[in-house]
Design a binder for this molecule. Sequence first.
Ligand code: UDP
Length: 219
Amino acid sequence: MKSPLYAVYGASGCGRGIMPLAKAQLHEQGIDAARLVFIDDSPAAGLINGHRVLTYDEFLAHDAGSRYAILAIANSVVREKLAQRCAADGVQPWTVRAANVITMDDVTLGEGAALSPFVTLTSNIRIGRHFHANLYSYVEHDCVIGDFVTFAPGVKCNGNIHIHDHAYIGADAVIKQGKPDRPLVIGRGAVVGMGAVVTRSVPPGATVVGNPATRLVRK
Ligand code: UDP
C-alpha cells in the first residue's frame, strides 16, 4: 500500500510557523518527515527551511496513497477557497496542534484546525472548520466559534462569546465575557484590531479598534 502524503498549504509566514508543529506531530506518530511537504501556488523557492515546496498540481501528481493538507494561510477567504479545491480533489483536511496545547472538557474542534504553541481551549466549547489559533491565544468556557475564524497571537476570548464565520481577531485583543443567556457576538467577517478591548457585540463585517473598542469608519 502506498503511504500517505502530508502538506502544509502556504509556505509564507503562517505556513513556516505551522510546519515545525506538523513535523513534530508526524514524528510522534512514527511517520517519516520525507512524507511532509509545503504546497505553494507561487513558490518562492524549491526548498524552504529544509522542506520541499510543491505546487498544488505537483502535490496531486505525487505518488501517495492518500493526501492530507492543513491550510496555513491567515486570510480566511483564501482558506475557504482552498478547502473547496482540496475537497474536490480528495485531499483531506488535516488538523495540526502543538504538543503543549491544552484542551479541557467537552471541546468540539472542526476539521483542519491549526493550534499553535501555548493555546488553551477550556471547557464546553464548539469550534468550526479550519480554525486558526495563533501563539498564546485562548478560548474560555461556553464559546461557540464558526468556520474559518482566525485568532492572531495572544487573543483572549473569554466565556460565553459567539464568533461567527470568517471573523478575524487581531493580536492581543481581549473580548469581554458574555452571559449564558446573552452571549457577546462577533459577527460574520468582522475584524477586531490588535490590542482592542471588546466590551460589546460587533456587527457582521465591522472593524473595531481601541479600548473600549469602537467601530472604525473608513473615510
Ligand atoms: N498561496 C497559495 N495559493 C493561494 C493563495 C496563497 O499557495 O491560492 C500562498 C502564497 O503564495 C503565499 C502564502 O500562500 O506563499 C500566503 O502568504 P501570506 O504571506 O500572504 O500570508 P500568511 O502566510 O501570513 O498567511
